[in-house]
Design a binder for this molecule. Sequence first.
Ligand code: GTP
Length: 595
Amino acid sequence: MKNIRNFCIIAHIDHGKSTLADRLLEFTKTIDSKELQAQVLDSMDLERERGITIKSTAVQMNYEYGGEKYILNLIDTPGHVDFSYEVSRSIAACEGALLIVDAAQGIQAQTISNVYMAIEHDLEIIPIINKIDLDSARPDEVEDQIVELLGCPRSDILRASGKTGIGIEEILAAVIERVPAPTGDPEAPLQALIFDSVFNPFRGIIAYFKIVNGSIAKGDLVKFVNTGKEYDADEVGILRLGMEARQRVECGDVGYIISGIKTSKEVKVGDTITHVKNPCDKAIEGFEEVKPMVFAGVYPIESEEFENLRASLEKLQLNDASLTFQPESSVALGFGFRCGFLGLLHMEIIQERLEREFNMDVITTVPNVSYKVYDKKGAVKEVHNPAGLPDPTLIDHIEEPYIRSSIITSTTYIGPIMTLCLGKRGILIKQEYISGDRVEIIFDLPLGEIVIDFYDKLKSISKGYASFDYHIHDFRPSKLVKLDILLNGEPVDALSTLTHADNAQSFGRRMCEKLKELIPRQQFDIAIQAAIGAKIIARETVKAVRKDVTAKCYGGDISRKRKLLEKQKEGKKRMKQVGNVEVPQKAFLAVLKLD
Ligand code: GTP
């Protein structure tokens, strides 16, 4: 055990974590550089394309140093806020962390939140200034920021480039010299922390764990403490680049277990594995159920596709227990599902996977958050959909989730960022200078305001020089009202939103204006109205047009005519019939694009 090192890489998104991991794998000859497909650790296609690590993975490297053989377990962590619980569990499985900071960008919001998590778990932090090959690199300045953040001596900070390979050897040396070997008692009852799981179509669910105490052998009867379920360990092993079966996985090591688990819901990240005979006294601390906070309706464009959509969602859920879904119906959209996501990015990813991997054409409605609705008798109900709001006369009050967010930016942008956050009903908590002209602003904000076009606006007003990180803080009472949209007098349930009473008027007006732009002219006038209860607060009209697409084809060229009609049919696919009005998918997300 004294020659095992378990470590992870923490970084703000795009600071070069995956690239650096590739270099480590190459340098330790875990992988042949010729075979090295860029970013081995990001295995899903979608991840590679987006350059975002969604699911964390582990990989074992063998490395000789100072005449001794070492086992280095690198645990990859996802970089985006939506997946921060997974980051915290991966961190809990390690004794050390490489903290990567981009030499040009310096410390960003997720650098700080990840550092706090690493400190909380008593990890040895090895700070690395990465991308020093860049012309725009400012390593000295970034060094100042790191010293300020960690209070470490300058000599602790390494400089590297994942691109050119500078500093890789020094990083490996630091891992061995500075990261403590796992402690833990090989003779004690088994205690293994589950930090990730994946679905394999042939093997079922594979759970990844780190053994904190004891050891696990093939054939052992084990129990997952938090779910209380028991399994036979059909196969256990370690994680090299792929899985390698072993008779036994020892204390301190990182490994996997296959035990006929059918659904991802049975394996909860953060749970503890122990033996049924001779169990440990208590579970490893810090277990948390991840709860989806953002909800949206997902509807098939063709209503016959409903069952296929259900099957696709079930398959996705096998791999992603944080995705939830329940059937729901909408007058406008027919039958679909109300899906719960960890955050907006998670939602986008699921939507994209449905389209790519399952070939589903879906319409997604405006996302909303989870509300707590208190009735006059004091009972509370969680509502995930504006349409599910009880009769207003029965409601005592509604509470909505608030986040505590950290925004790091340069002083130049403080003004516009304050204006943006205050406009989103934000409450300034504090403002602190990090170094030079960089400042951290802490705001409490309603999550419901963030799911709607906050990131994009933040990015554009700060020209990309603001980073953002958040966690759910609490629920607070709010004056929320349900705003309905009517098309030719018919309420379109899928366009209803909950909005703050003070903003409802202007919100309704902007919705109508936006919808007017998005709904194509049809052969009759279309009235677009916004209403709160029975009261109409805004109205726009889409004027009628007579559109005959084939008129300009002079009858002659039949193939051209057919092509045009087909093109028009394609366009229609993305439309949904609401009463007699055809509404494009874009319109259902109009609220995201309000000016
Ligand atoms: P996420 O997985 O999305 O969190 O990103 P990451 O931190 O893993 O970053 P990734 O390794 O994908 O690198 C982000 C971008 O920076 C890519 O375009 C890389 O090619 C580039 N990059 C990474 N390391 C270096 C480096 O040392 N020098 C330079 N010049 N570019 C780098």
